[in-house]
Design a binder for this molecule. Structure first.
Ligand SMILES: Nc1ncnc2c1ncn2[C@@H]1O[C@H](COP(=O)(O)OP(=O)(O)OP(=O)(O)O)[C@@H](O)[C@H]1O
Ligand SMILES: [Mg+2]
Length: 307
């Protein structure tokens, strides 16, 4: 069992859903590769009962919900051991609200892994409130596990893709993506998108004598510069650099076709400080066909907006 505060374990949100079991299996593989513990965690939400409910009924409901939570945790532990025999698994049930409890616990984890959907929500919803809340405000990287549809199993092969916008936050994403590609022994595709007048109609007031080839060259230089030091640190990782003239979400989704993981910073150059998630990261949580890792810089690091 790992010690709290070492930030070494992989925290998994367990709620009895298909999606959270995909997350559990994904996290088990990750824990095996990183030689660390899986911390299966269920936040048990007790309903607010009216004044007409007797104390005995209330105690009975609480007991049932807690027992159900323990059953889900046992089921998840069996799945984790099945996916990665021999790994260390720890289970915990806490009474409280899932977003708040998971965010608090993320301060003691290396990584949080969640399903994209849970038991609640409504049919057709693409990502649940727990996943988006924790991805926005967790204290460590958060992986939301999904396939083409939110409840589909995640793809097991393909490269790792990282979105690079030149901001300090995306540097943290690049670091995480290299680590993941290295652990998985797969290529890393680094994607930088930029926009010209043909895809940004609202910029039509710009002068038309801009040398777009020069701009494209500059963007390629920016990406190469952001990747340079990392390639030296991970010489075994094969890197492909893609500079795409398109809107970020469309460009990233196209480059991530066939990928097994897409890594983005929690916010980019355009987002206001204090906002949890930038629009690109949010849109990827809704539309990616593979797990999405949302990465933020380590606490205390000097993060400046813009790059
Ligand atoms: N009570 C919980 N305890 C621990 N993890 C949870 C809990 N609820 C959800 N999760 C985690 O979050 C993931 C996404 O579930 P989420 O609750 O966000 O979606 P939902 O139930 O479809 O929608 P919503 O709850 O917003 O109506 C789950 O797969 C699971 O990993
Ligand atoms: Mg839910």
């Amino acid at each position: 069992m790992d010690e709290r505060g070492t930030r070494d374990s992989i925290l998994v949100g367990v709620d009895g859903s298909t999606s959270s079991l995909h997350a559990t299996r994904w996290a088990a593989g990750e824990a095996a590769a990183r030689h660390t513990t899986v911390h299966l965690f269920h936040a048990c939400v007790l309903p607010a009962l009216g004044p007409h409910t007797s104390a005995a009924t209330e105690a009975g409901i609480t007991e049932d919900l807690v027992q159900q939570g323990h059953r889900w945790l046992r089921q998840a532990r069996a799945e984790a051991w099945h996916a990665a025999p021999g790994i260390d698994v720890r289970t915990e049930l806490r009474v409280g609200l899932p977003v708040a409890e998971l965010i608090e616990e993320s301060a003691h984890a290396r990584l949080v892994v969640l399903g994209s959907r849970g038991l609640g929500g409504f049919k057709g919803m693409l990502v649940g409130s727990v996943s988006s809340g924790v991805a926005a405000h967790g204290h460590c990287p958060v992986v939301v596990v999904r396939g083409r549809m939110p409840d589909d199993p995640p793809p097991a092969s393909g490269p790792v893709v990282v979105g690079v916008d030149g901001s300090a936050v995306s540097d943290a994403a690049v670091a995480f993506a290299f680590e993941e590609a290295g652990l998985r022994g797969v290529p890393l595709v680094a994607v930088h998108t930029w926009v010209d007048v043909s895809v940004a109609e609202t910029w039509s007031v710009l002068p038309f004598d801009i040398d777009w080839d020069a701009v494209a060259e500059e963007e390629r230089g920016l990406l190469a510069e952001r990747m340079a030091g990392w390639q030296e640190k991970y010489p075994e990782v094969e890197v492909r650099q893609e500079v795409v003239c398109d809107r970020p979400v469309r460009g990233l989704l196209a480059s991530a076709e066939g990928a097994q993981l897409i890594v983005v910073g929690s916010r980019g150059r355009g987002t206001l400080t204090g906002m949890g998630l930038g629009s690109t990261s949010q849109a990827l949580l809704h539309h990616s066909a593979c797990p999405v890792a949302v990465v933020r810089p380590a606490a205390g690091s000097d993060v400046r907006e813009g790059g």
